[in-house]
Design a protein. Sequence first.
Length: 601
Amino acid sequence: MSAAPPQTADGAPTSNFLRQIIAEDLRANRYGGRVVTRFPPEPNGYLHIGHAKSICLNFGLAAENGGVCHLRFDDTNPIKEDVEYEDSIKEAVRWLGYDWGAHLYHASDYFDRLYEFARHFIKAGLAYVDSSTPEEMRLLRGTLTDAGSPSPYRSRPVEENLDLFRRMKEGEFPDGAHVLRLKIDLASPNMNLRDPAIYRIRHTTHHRTGDRWCVYPLYDYTHCISDALERITHSICTLEFQDHRPLYDWIIEQLAQGGLLQRPLPHQHEFARLNLTYTVMSKRKLIELVAGGYVDGWDDPRMPTLVGLRRRGYTPEAIRLFAERIGVSKAHQWIDIGVLEDCLREDLNERAERRVAVLDPLKLVIDNYPEGQEEECFAPNHPQKPDAGRRTLILSRELWIERDDYQENPPKGYFRLSPGAEVRLRYGYIVKCTGTERDAQGNIGAVHCTYDPATRSGTPGAETRKVKGNIHWLSVNHARTAEVRLYDRLFSVPEPGRSAAALETSAGTATRPASADLEDDVPFDEPTERNYLDDLNPRGRQVVTAYVEPAVALAKREDRYQFERHGYFIADAKDHDANQPVFNRAVTLRDPWAKASPAKR
């Protein structure tokens, strides 16, 4: 299955520069009419909303042009990778609405060929085994203004390099004793071309190849070759890899000249990665949040991970809409998380049936309603969809209402219950407040009222008497208790760890560290001025015992509803059951942060 891309009013997909590039390549017949993209995650963690943008982009562009998108796991670092992560990534891609079909690959599928290609580079005098320490190599690479210096091992003879590389493969040396480096250009202004490392020793069991290998290729070497072997046409990645494109092109061009790769070769295209306010997406920071117990795991509904967003109540449709709505550009930008929340509201407003829940209950007693009497009131399942039918609410003498639906001294413009005030019980009668009950401490324990029997909703003539207030309610005798988890934004400031002054000048300063040629998947971190953990939102998760309609308690896991006036909620995927209903708030009906904390949009 492939999800259809969001469209403009005339039915065409909204344009972006990648769509334009692909359209031009098709017109020029650059790849024989083929469009082949790929999504290449490293299976060392859970995907987040930034990965979702890439998934939607790669699978979406392929589907729009009658092509295919490959799912390829970059499993070149056995220290961090696991089958658990592979399974979670597959599930996330499927959940978003995409399928790779027969095109599931792993970088480890190519380990034999990658090794032989490395031998080709050695034989051509374009690679050598370097026995320098990592620190020595960093010093010899030079700086952004000073050229690098040759390693003392750069002039090793070809036969010696071949022998050392073979012995590295056979496990003769300990981790870190040697690396294999390409021989390119130490004076290049591009640091990535200053003899990058392409193989290192790792005496670690790989989750797919076991103990067969103890040398593993690095990302910059593996990725471009994998693209070429799979006949990828458009290799789409984030801007952090823009400076790596010359190395990408150099490697596959050398192999093509040697007759080892087929032309036309893939081309790398870069787009700006997703920066989302009120959260973090650095892998290091996400790990720290989980390991430090600041959140309840990778699927905590406050997390930007896809498993967290799913548990929160986000839908695949909302995330695909968000990915399309924010567009694709080459300019770094911060996207207000309110855009993501609005996409969810837009989707759930159409699909979520309405229900009543009382989150902060206060008893309402209708003194002139006969004791023991009950009657049915009828509420639509969806006010804009008559075909969705209606449901029954039982009205009785004692009801639960929201505590903030009564105020002793109401402010101007307050149209709910107060001494002497009238409101309509939604789907029921007009009631008039007559008094309250208080405990020994003076706290209000119940509100008393009388009802007007001639004003029942739905009865001919009952709506002629108008009141401004309208409140929801549940029968004390019929409501069910439920645990309701009120989730909000993970952080209380738009860009955690950064001052307002820094926000104006530093967008887009994250880079892939120079040491990335020695470590796979080095996290890309936004620079911070203080500990980002100090900006955690203390009200990001609140748990209340609420009352809900009886049918809500019987919901299946991941059923979604709009709780009238409160927002959109989902039955928790792990903890909810009929005996212990648990609901998570996905999003409020309106953005409560809009006026309090305006952010860049």
